[in-house]
Design a protein around this ligand. Structure first.
Ligand SMILES: [Zn+2]
Length: 256
């Protein structure tokens, strides 16, 4: 709508959100399409839960981030790191705007499975954990480690939030035909999801076995590394973070 009586066109402030988005305050403010008013409260609450839990588990100062809940028709206008729009329905974290933003779709893509009450919060917490990890410089590491960390973190937030993952985890295919360390990209969406689900299974099992302390260790280890983390180093970091018996336990896990 035009501004009646205004002769001068006021330029849209160069911000993170498509024009007309509204802001819902919270630990992480969420900019959202006006028509997503109901969904945004659910998302805001998940993010607040995750933000508080990660800050506590990691003993770090919380990074300043915002979130966007993007309507399907605006997906191509959402901030992102590349010129071309990303596939619809896949949440991501971008540092292309300031403060950096979690970009969440109106509806998760159908590639997300299993579909349970935990699917959306886990996806939101996964991206949130990426945001925490990337709030400091991080060197390159094998994909499985870089994705295991947010998957384990999202399982830890679920525990704190009292969200049982039993049903969700029971629906995961346990033997997709590769292990997390075998997995090689580029892969189709289905295999990507199976890979992420293996990491979630391992993360949840590690929390059961060792408690959540290993998360703090692995985040701080990754922040402390200054050279590319190779396969061997990655395995060593994870085993050490788990603590005594970590290496044997990892070797015994079918996902690993
Ligand atoms: Zn990820």
């Amino acid at each position: 709508m035009g501004r009646a009586g205004s002769a001068v066109e006021v330029p849209e402030k160069r911000g993170a959100a498509p024009p007309g988005y509204e802001r819902l305050a919270g630990a992480i403010p969420v900019l959202h399409a006006p028509r997503l008013e109901n969904k945004v409260r659910e998302v805001r609450d998940y993010l607040a839960e995750g933000y508080g839990t990660l800050t506590k588990i990691l003993s770090v100062e919380s990074p300043v981030i915002i979130a966007l809940l993007v309507a399907d028709e605006d997906w191509k206008d959402a901030p992102r790191d590349n010129a071309r729009p990303y596939p619809p329905g896949l949440p991501y974290f971008t540092r292309s705007v300031e403060p950096p933003a979690l970009v969440l779709p109106e509806e998760l893509s159908r590639v997300f499975r299993p579909r349970t009450t935990a699917t959306l919060p886990l996806a939101a917490w996964h991206e949130l954990a990426h945001a925490f990890l990337l709030s400091r410089e991080v060197v390159r590491a094998p994909a499985w480690l870089g994705e295991f960390v947010p998957q384990a973190a999202s399982a830890a937030i679920a525990r704190t939030a009292g969200l049982s993952l039993e049903d969700h985890l029971s629906r995961i295919e346990k033997e997709p035909g590769f292990t997390m360390r075998d997995f090689r990209g580029p892969a189709g969406a289905r295999d990507q999801m199976s890979f992420q689900n293996l990491l979630l299974l391992l993360g949840a099992a590690a929390l059961e076995e060792f408690g959540e302390g290993f998360l703090r260790s692995i985040f701080h280890d990754l922040w402390g590394e200054d050279e590319v983390v190779d396969e061997e180093r990655a395995e060593g970091l994870l085993a050490d973070a788990l603590g005594p018996g970590g290496q044997e336990w990892l070797a015994s896990r079918p996902e690993f």
